[in-house]
Design a protein. Structure first.
Length: 615
């Protein structure tokens, strides 16, 4: 079983703005546009992409509920205001979500300590120390002993509102971006299962279109549109904004919190801040734990970790994998700086002795691998692989997207974009995918010619393909290749056999005459297709013009080809040749061959009718 574990570095690798600072920039720009539209202030500065997004968000009345939801979640939000303020102070150059969560944890722990001290009648230096630190985010009235329980609830509410705003950002803004990059390492894994610490569905957008059977486990939840409570048509009479915020929070299942900071002997008794902790949020929100079933499978497991920092905040889940004997792990890293940090974090999770044992020796169970650079999807081999997967799921796609996909394939064929098609294997894969949704016949001839061109023009190695490699299970329990796919493969194999024999003849004896060169065509089980027939015709015309052979012998040879192994395609191909040439001799020869074929077809039909009458 192959399992892929991804963190935020995975989204960043694919060019998505998913750092917490990107989210803060989004909120700042939203506030600027909100002030412009509703308060008449100046238009905020932002990049063109974000500007286009917000212009549409605020101008389209259909989006008004999203604007209202964002305003409700972000207006005077304690956490958002705090992070906007300190991002250029002690959080400068700290852009990872770990830094974000660590800052929340610091404030929660400070308030926890302050609550214990504030209950005392004496005011120590420590009391004023914590109070001053907490004034960075809280007001004076929030820090009285009797107000602290409400303050805890207030901070939790504001954090939940921040999470809802983050969900809108990820689902509506980030989710609307076209992903133009892929990573070759990920493309080669083809995992059975994916554990995602992200809130986005990036893997399934990029790779899941052809890794169709990959199962997900979103351990921190997934961003979806939960702003429907802010739609006007859903509002109930007397439905206040606070009620809609509360219901939206209840529907959100995203986990964003802190690691357990209390020693084990205090955890059961001290639960005032339990809602801030990730383990509690996972339980309460019912996020993905499908991975626990995967671990129970009685088979070896390969774990690939990409874009995850191995931070101690996820130690419990990581240990479930890394401490098992039946799991081997590959950890991808960006550069040596990140590799050092990953090793350091791994020591914090497993301990020094365990890390040494698992990373050294002849058969290490944890290895580090430098990740390949991201590449553009367009015109890459992965581009076609992804399109093949999308073809297989065409009926699940929005109709507009499905038409764009088929138009793309049409354009690639018409432009003879051989780089896009790659090899004959991918061409067969594409035909098989199209055939299974009823479109194989429409593309059969075009894809055959693409497969031929890949050998003749690009120089791909000609191969014989096994039809069984394209087998799959059917609803009736049978297992095998699609019949039309098998026929398509036979045609390509036939071309390959003919092509290879022709080249062998060319290289065995330069003095071989045209008759010996093409003798193999009469012994082939396959059908002669246009590319081979074109080569035969060119050699025939060359031999005619050189006068090295008896013209009658040449003519009889050509007649035997068009009436024999090439009869199924010769008539149409000859007609095309006649339209393309201006040579009167060649026109005469082609016309005579067409007449010969018509006469032969007529005589065969007469003979068949006579045979039927006799029967």
């Amino acid at each position: 079983m192959k399992i892929l574990m991804i963190g935020n570095g995975f989204d960043l690798e694919h060019g998505l703005p998913t750092k917490y600072t990107d989210f803060l920039d989004y909120i700042i720009t939203f506030r600027g546009y909100y002030a412009r539209v509703y308060q008449g202030q100046a238009k905020p500065r932002c990049d063109a992409d974000k500007g286009d997004y917000f212009e549409k968000l605020f101008s389209d009345k259909k989006n008004h509920y999203k604007v209202e939801a964002l305003q409700a979640m972000t207006k005077d939000n304690l956490w958002i205001d705090y992070f906007i303020k300190v991002r250029e102070q002690h959080l400068k150059n700290k852009e990872n979500w770990i830094d974000f969560e660590s800052e929340i944890s610091r404030i929660v722990q400070d308030l926890d300590e302050f609550q214990k001290i504030a209950g005392s009648s004496s005011r120590t230096e420590e009391y004023y120390h914590y109070k001053e630190k907490l004034r960075e985010i809280l007001e004076q009235e929030d820090l009285t002993p009797e107000a602290i329980p409400k303050t805890i609830d207030k901070l939790m509410l504001e954090l939940n509102k921040l999470i809802c705003a983050l969900e809108i950002y990820l689902d509506d803004y980030v989710g609307g971006k076209k992903i133009i990059l892929y990573n070759p390492d990920i493309a080669q894994i083809h995992p059975d299962n994916v554990i995602s610490f992200n809130y986005t569905d990036t893997f399934w957008k990029v790779y899941g279109k052809y890794d169709t059977n990959t199962l997900p486990s979103f351990v921190h939840g997934m961003a979806t549109d939960h702003t429907d409570r802010f739609r006007v048509r859903l509002r109930k009479k007397g439905d206040k904004n606070a009620n809609r915020v509360e219901r939206t929070i209840e529907k959100n299942n995203m986990v964003l919190g802190i690691d357990e900071y209390l020693p084990e002997d205090r955890r059961a008794a001290e639960i005032d801040f339990i809602e801030f902790k990730k383990f509690y949020q996972r339980i309460y929100k019912g996020t993905g734990n499908e991975y626990k079933k995967w671990l129970l499978a009685n088979e070896p497991k390969m774990l690939y970790i990409f874009g995850h920092s191995l931070d101690v905040t996820d130690r419990d889940l990581l240990r479930e994998f890394l401490e098992r004997d039946d799991v081997k792990t590959v950890v991808f890293y960006l550069d040596n700086k990140q590799r050092r940090q990953l090793i350091t974090n791994l020591v914090k999770i497993l301990g020094e002795d365990a890390v040494i044992e698992k990373t050294y020796g002849n058969n290490p169970s944890i290895v580090f691998q430098k990740q390949s650079p991201a590449e553009k999807i367009e015109n890459s081999k992965f581009d076609l692989l992804r399109d093949i997967g999308r073809v297989r799921r065409l009926c699940e796609m929005p109709e507009a997207s499905a038409r764009v996909l088929l138009n793309k394939i049409d354009t690639k064929i018409n432009d003879r974009d051989l780089e896009y098609f790659g090899t004959q294997v991918e061409v067969i894969d594409l035909f098989d995918a199209l055939q299974r949704i009823g479109l194989g016949e429409r593309y059969k001839d075009d894809l055959y010619h693409i497969a031929v061109s890949l050998v003749e023009e690009v120089g791909c190695e000609p191969k014989q393909f096994n039809e069984e490699d394209w087998s799959c299970g059917e609803y009736d329990g049978s297992f095998g290749p699609d019949a039309d796919t098998a026929a398509f493969i036979k045609e390509i194999n036939s071309f390959t056999w003919i092509y290879q024999n022709a080249h062998e003849q060319e290289h065995t004896d330069e003095e071989d005459d045209i008759f010996s060169k093409y003798e193999y065509l009469f012994h082939s089980d396959g059908e002669v297709r246009e590319p081979i027939f074109k080569r035969v015709w060119e050699d025939f015309r060359k031999a005619c013009s050189e006068g090295a052979y008896s013209q009658k012998k040449l003519w009889d040879f050509m007649r035997s080809i068009v009436l024999g192994p090439a009869q199924n395609i010769a008539y149409g191909t000859i007609r095309k040749f006649r339209q393309e040439t201006d040579d009167p001799i060649e026109i005469a020869q082609l016309t005579e061959l067409m007449y010969e074929m018509e006469a032969n077809e007529y005589m065969e039909s007469v003979a068949e009718n006579l045979h039927n009458k006799l029967d």
